[in-house]
Design a binder for this molecule. Sequence first.
Ligand code: ADP
Ligand code: MG
Length: 408
Amino acid sequence: MNKKTIRDVDASCKRVLVRVDFNVPMEDGQITDDTRIWAALPTINYLREAGALVILCAHLGRPKGQIVPEYSLAPVAVRLSELLDDEVAFVSDCLGEQVTEAVAGAAPGDVILLENTRFYSGETSKDEAEMLAFAEKLAAPAQMYVNDAFGACHRAHGSTYGVTKFLSPCVAGLLVEKEVTKLQQVLDADRTGFVAVLGGAKVSDKIGVIEQLLPRVGSLLIGGAMAWAFFKARGMEVGESLCTEESVAGAQQLIDSMGSYLDRMVLPVDVHMKNVVTGETKYAPADGIEPGWDALDIGPETRAQYAEVIRGAKLVFWNGPMGYFEEPPFDEGTLAVAKAMGECSGYNVVGGGDSGYNVVGGGDSVAAITQMGLADQMDHVSTGGGASLEFIENNGILPAVKVLDDKG
Ligand code: ADP
Ligand code: MG
């Protein structure tokens, strides 16, 4: 990575503002998945050991500039304190006197967590002056800035972008460094043996990603409801399947613009569908979807075909589930892809050896492999869904990473 990291600076006795990604899923005030908190620990521990006073800031959910108690980071402070096995001082505001007092009362090595930055409208404001005014106040108690919130790096917000105008140095944390390095390897990979797998709900979300990937890959395997948009654009029947007009327009745009690269795109040859009236389920060839039926997953022939391509790949990048995985048996396509990724046997272009190399990005795809217990089979599982896609789409540039100090 061409950006400075916490290893390139002296944080000893400095008050360091650290933007982390603590946007964890919650139900009834309980954290249901603490992966993102774990992911921030290496940077927090590194800075503490270096003798820094660590001031953490983060957002949770979309409170839209209002104080919404259910989006308080207080439960995250409790969980973080458990994981660090040490005290974490929680401040119920991210600006102002309470913060000044907490910082004044803290010592090098201490950890403070500030309340949700999105309780202020300035954090996400499109009015640059308002965003910067917020950022200046957020930066005020600190002497240095670290961004370790990979999942928020595709946003030029007050805490990810604005603060860099008021603090120096501004460097990357260890998670941001790891994510950027791993995803850059995907962009730099040799085309031979590079397989991308894209699924999920809508083509329209991923047009830019498909445009970047098609010229780079050997094959692009398409699954999920996204496939039906390509079917429909080609005049095929999709019955009651999830297929928005926007997605069909997106598919058409790609068909019109990608020329011979389209030969690398592989669509399902069969589907697993459900009758919307009777609930009966059956397999059908791709051109056999009938009115009244909802195609919810790829079929067994497609599963086998995709699995074989993936097993022989040197590098696989996967985003988006192959079907409606939340409702078994429509998780079978996603499971087949996840398993095949674990069995990937081509020469590992990144680390050497014959285990292939695989990277998973995207919120729901990561949830799927975690739910299936297969996350540890992957070489890299991105903590940032939107950010990992935007990284690919923008050819390796993320607004909040771009503004960090350059190396050298
Ligand atoms: P990601 O978050 O991994 O980028 P998306 O958000 O694009 O993925 O899409 C994930 C959602 O798409 C999941 O909720 C999944 O159930 C749904 N989905 C995928 N295929 C189908 C399908 N054939 N029919 C209905 N829903 C589908
Ligand atoms: Mg999603």
